[in-house]
Design a binder for this molecule. Sequence first.
Ligand SMILES: [Mn+2]
Length: 267
Amino acid sequence: MYFQVAADTTLGHINPMSDLNQPTAIFVADSHFHLNPDSAEQQRIRRFGELMLLAQKADHLFLLGDIFDFWFDYPHFRMRGFDEILQALDQVKAAGTTMHFVGGNHDIWAAQFLHQRYGTSKDAEPFVISLGQLRIKVCHGDGLLGYDWAYNAFRTMVRTRLGIVLAKSLHPEILYAFSEWLSGQSRGATRDEAGRIEEKAQTWIDQCREDQWDLMIIGHVHHRFEVSSGKQRLTALAGWFDHPGYAIVQNGEFKLLDFEKDPRPSF
Ligand SMILES: [Mn+2]
């Protein structure tokens, strides 16, 4: 049975016609879960668990990077911790939801582990996917808008071959301490720069020459916004660390939502 509902006027250029057979999806980024969660973080983990219950009913779950504040992969060792989160993700996979992971600057090294456990892509690089009529590009967003000076040292370390060789030569506890320090630096910078981030995003999309997507979804900036140019839209999720923001696709529509304030969708 094929249903059609009225076109959404607010997303008219993206969503000329919705239908109820279109796939459903959940997007979340920047939870920055730590190995030793404090009480505030334990609350964020519980809420994330609730989001994952919702994800069990969706067709797709997109984890858009920096889900973990620290994840380095060694050939024979993995850090202790994250059990509750990994088990919640196990349940999502068991429910039949297709899982996607795009690595952030803090957790790109989780790519192989998550690939093996959840079937996400091997390299965790950005990609374009069609969900019904929506052509979506998903990426973490680090390095995209050029404002994130505070991330650069860490990003260079985890995203370049030489950086990885150097990082793996450090004792894991030293690397962990370094990542904790940089993590504090970067979040402070982004909160102060919200207006400038949106300006740069607008300039970026105005100059964008990519034509294989209609909607690009990023995380990283910990600041929810949407800008558009012509037929293209760029949107950033609120970081789950700062605020329980997430996004869904349902009935061919993309929506940014607040997990505390907005009614939760039924899939
Ligand atoms: Mn990031």
